[in-house]
Write a protein that binds this ligand. Structure first.
Ligand SMILES: [Fe+2]
Length: 165
């Protein structure tokens, strides 16, 4: 955590929205990448997959359970659907362990991944997140701190694995 973040802790939803913007930037950069710039495509896909993996874990471990408790059986919000969308994203991410940039299906897989994620992001930001804010029963600053800590631990683990090779 940076000094600025420690002084101005962000709420949980702002942190997750920042992740959404970051991954959208990676999707845009991939679209703009030269068709044969395989190195850049590889880097962008790797970064997007890392970010999305960490993001899905913290949402599933920390946000969705809190949302379920806060929203109860609010029929407008279906958290089960969010889990299924994450499952699809994880399945697509796994596909990248078998294909590399330049292979048939690489660009198409990333395109489908980005479309799924964009849909999921839109649902969260127009339905789930506003409902969570409205209930005022979730301490979003405290949840934000937990999310930051979990993200950092997961990022460190990924870095450890990457440097162990
Ligand atoms: Fe999300």
């Amino acid at each position: 955590m940076t000094a600025a973040q420690a002084q101005h802790p962000q709420d949980a939803l702002a942190i997750l929205e920042a992740d959404h913007r970051a991954v959208e930037q990676l999707f845009d950069a991939f679209e703009r990448a030269e068709k044969d710039d395989l190195e850049r495509k590889t880097t962008l896909v790797q970064r997007a997959c890392e970010l999305l993996s960490i993001h899905s874990i913290v949402e599933e471990e920390l946000l969705y359970p809190a949302a379920r408790t806060a929203l109860g059986t609010d029929e407008k919000i279906d958290i089960d659907e969010a889990y299924v969308e994450h499952f699809l994203v994880k399945t697509l991410i796994e596909k990248f362990s078998q294909i590399k940039a330049g292979d048939e299906g690489f660009d198409a897989t990333f395109k489908v991944l980005s479309e799924n994620v964009k849909h999921h992001v839109e649902e969260e930001e127009t339905e789930l997140f506003p409902e969570i804010r409205k209930t005022k029963s979730v301490d979003l600053i405290a949840l934000g701190k937990k999310i930051e800590a979990r993200k950092e631990a997961l990022q460190n683990r990924i870095t450890e694995v990457a440097t162990a090779h």
